[in-house]
Ligand binder design. Structure first.
Ligand code: BGC
Length: 738
């Protein structure tokens, strides 16, 4: 019996052995043949333009294949997994490709300050300083390194598209996602995000800019209507996107959850077609924020190209709408062509495989360098900083977690530190220990820690130390706004008591946005370190001990009080205004409440300037361990303007000054008192002087003329102002512009 049963098995084994070599070979041949065939397709000719290549593919596609490009296929944890969920890479979503034609799957991952979901997927990602922090460097080159690192780590982890690129300007500093954005000025934000995207895409990932547009608060983000005048919209929130798109040329634009002037952003023809695609000549695709699609025919006609993360509106319903003649095939072709074009333009068709081991050490190095360039020195009484390690005998390190780590920003931006996954909106501390980093810099000093939970014990330690450093934090996340701008958890009282015990107190802020500082006059030093990333503590220690001379400047105003904000009271959804039922009450998706951005053009410093409200720290502010002097301003008004001036390092240390150029437009324009129009980061040795030239784009001197629906440079007298912050502008020059 046994022998009999064994016989067929043996025969099968022999057959497999005999066949294995040629069979495997045959399989290879088949595979290679398939690959060869794909390579021979005309659209695989990389000397053709992405448009030509996309057009060639489009001609081959069936309607089903086209529709398949226009929607996602679910996200882990988002409803029931679809049968093809196994094709995903563990990211926020994927779009099936067209394998028979060599068009790869688009694997998307959130990647605001690093690649998301590494814990769930058993991978590793570097956490860079927050996006807002990186904006404090004012440095397009740093933005480029930021993007390149994220691009490399995305590819290494099997992704070929980022969902980063947050660009919503800081109209409402309590917005829980302020840390994901680039501050309050459209020219600064747009320039930096554009450079980030450019270098991210150079790594062969499809870049993204989001959330288009006016998604300036999280409270009721799915139901809120952002009401804003057209001119204000174009000159503020949209200008940041316009510049980001022009510089970065992202393959994708993510439309936002909210409505703008009555119509949800993902079905808003003015935003998606009139401005983005027609006026800005944007050639990539628009994808909806997750669950931000509300219709089929309307959204498709408005210019939405891809629904994420599912196919509630852009799957069968879209196909039926085409068959019923409600959506023209030309519209479907346009959507599909844009997606294919971005695949070609980003290089993911030509370089489909990028998996690799993440360069952990290289990532640490980049994260530390960017944090060093992003940490803003806000106060330095009696030049307490930098500390001299040879002279300081004892240091008190105070603050919850200051012994073990630094806080990070939450939500879909969250990057995972080593260890198991965290829950949504859990406070996540990166294992970069301020205590250890400071102790390593001052081996001769007694460095002691107190968590600060009991302010009296922290104050006692401070009293017995030469210097006290308090690490204070304010946590932020997607999906919530801050109730105010105060440090939470009794930290103001802690700082008060510590400073009373030892005025040689330095506060290191780990915050996602501005904070108020009732203790400001009592402490000697303040450093704004933001969410400082994987190597934040080393960066802070390098600044505290003077290995690095701080150069960063605030990309947003720090107000004295929330009472000074354009909307002192945060606008929150009224009862019954939230949820799908509320939105669908009339049968058609409609926002349920509104935020009226009636401050219009007056965003950030433009508001405080216009309203004559004193601030705690102005936009563009930041100290250094050296000093700079400005002189010799010249303005040549041609092709916009060319502004040149001298900056001299008048102190004893080498440093980098972010020299800023602002302009006051003619009074007839009705603009706020001044706007940033350019800047240059100048490296200077002690005593060294450099002539700096800043070229100003004519658009940055223009206003948006609603009647003409165009940018217009209003002839008249323009005052150019130059200096080290929006409120310290020693040079000024009037020029007539025609
Ligand atoms: C966020 C987006 C994010 C998406 C995917 C949404 O809730 O608003 O920024 O990219 O989820 O995770």
């Amino acid at each position: 019996m046994r022998k009999l049963t064994r016989l067929p098995a043996m025969m099968l084994a022999i057959a497999i052995m005999l066949c294995s070599v040629p069979c495997v070979f045959a399989q290879h041949r088949l595979h290679n043949a398939e690959e060869e065939k794909i390579k021979s397709y005309p659209w695989m000719n990389s000397s053709l333009s992405p448009d030509e290549r996309a057009d060639l593919v489009l001609k081959e596609l069936t309607l089903d294949e086209k529709i398949d490009l226009l929607h996602g296929n679910g996200m882990p944890g988002w409803g029931k997994p679809r049968p093809n969920a196994y094709l995903g890479n563990g990211g926020a979503g994927f779009v099936v490709g067209v394998p028979r034609l060599g068009i790869p799957i688009i694997q998307m991952s959130d990647a605001a300050y690093g690649v998301r979901s590494s814990a769930e997927n058993g991978r590793y990602s570097t956490a860079l300083p927050s996006n807002l922090a990186s904006a404090a460097s004012w440095d397009p080159q740093a933005a480029c390194e930021y993007g390149a690192l994220i691009g490399r780590e995305l590819r290494a982890q099997g992704y070929n598209m980022t969902l980063g690129g947050g660009t919503n300007i800081t109209r409402e500093p309590r917005n829980g996602r302020t840390f994901e954005y680039m501050g309050e000025d459209p020219i600064l934000a747009g320039t930096l995000v554009g450079n980030r995207i450019k270098c991210e895409q150079a790594q062969h990932v499809i870049g993204d800019i989001k959330h288009y547009a006016v998604n300036d608060q999280e409270s009721g983000r799915n139901e809120v209507d952002s009401i804003i005048g057209k001119r204000a919209l174009r000159e503020s929130d949209l200008l940041a996107f316009e510049i980001g798109v022009a510089i970065g040329n992202p393959g994708a634009v993510m439309c936002s959850y909210n409505a703008v002037n009555g119509t949800f952003a993902c079905e808003n023809k003015y935003l998606l077609t009139d401005v983005l695609k027609d006026e800005w000549k944007y050639k990539g695709f628009v994808l909806s924020d997750w669950g931000g699609t509300h219709s089929t025919v309307k959204a498709s006609a408005a210019g939405l190209d891809n629904e994420e993360p599912m196919d509630d509106f852009f799957g069968d319903k879209l196909k039926q709408a085409v068959q019923a003649g409600q959506v023209p095939l030309s519209e479907i072709d346009d959507h599909a062509r844009r997606i294919l074009r971005s695949e070609f333009a980003s290089g993911i068709v030509d370089s489909p495989n990028g998996k690799a081991v993440v360069d952990v050490e290289g990532g640490f190095d980049t994260a530390r360098r960017i944090a060093e360039q992003s940490t803003v020195l806000l106060k330095n009484e009696h030049a307490l900083l930098p500390l001299d390690p040879a002279r300081v005998k004892s240091i008190a390190i105070i603050g919850t977690h200051a012994d073990t780590g630094m806080i990070s920003g939450g939500g879909s931006a969250q990057v995972d530190p080593p260890g198991p996954p965290h829950h949504w909106q859990e406070h996540v501390w990166f294992p970069t220990s301020p205590l250890k980093a400071v102790a390593a810099k001052a081996p001769g000093a007694k460095v002691q820690f107190d968590s600060g939970e009991n302010p009296a014990s922290a104050a006692a330690l401070a009293k017995n130390s030469d210097v006290a450093i308090v690490f204070a934090h304010q946590w932020q996340s997607e999906g919530m706004d801050l109730p105010n701008l105060s440090l939470p958890d009794n930290q103001d009282a802690l700082i008060d008591q510590v400073a009373a015990a030892n005025p040689r107190t330095i506060v290191v802020l780990e915050t996602g946005t501005a904070v108020t500082m009732p203790w400001i006059d009592k402490v000697s030093g303040i450093l704004e370190a933001w969410y400082a990333g994987s190597k934040g503590a080393d960066a802070v220690a390098n600044i505290v001990f003077g290995d690095v001379n701080p150069s960063a400047k605030l990309p947003m105003t720090f107000p004295r009080s929330v009472d000074d904000l354009p909307h002192p009271k945060l606008v929150t959804p009224p009862p019954g205004a939230q949820g799908r039922l509320a939105v669908m009450r009339t049968g058609e998706a409609k926002p349920t409440f509104s935020v009226n951005y009636d401050e219009g053009l007056k965003v950030g410093y433009k508001w405080y300037d216009a309203e004559n409200k004193p601030v705690l720290f102005p936009f563009g502010y930041g100290l250094s361990y050296t000093t700079y002097r400005y002189s010799g301003l010249q303005v040549t008004p041609e092709g916009g303007a060319s502004v040149s001036f001298d900056v001299k390092n008048t102190g004893a240390r080498a440093g980098a000054e972010i020299a800023q150029v602002y302009v006051a437009l003619p009074a007839s324009t009705g603009e706020p008192p001044k706007r940033l129009v350019g800047w240059s980061k100048v490296q200077l040795n002690p005593g060294e002087s450099k002539r700096v030239e800043v070229k100003i784009d004519p658009k940055y001197l223009s206003i948006f003329d609603e009647t003409a629906n165009a940018w217009k440079l209003v002839p008249g007298s323009y005052t150019f102002m130059v200096g080290g912050s929006s409120q310290n502008l020693p040079l000024s020059h009037k020029a007539e512009l025609k």
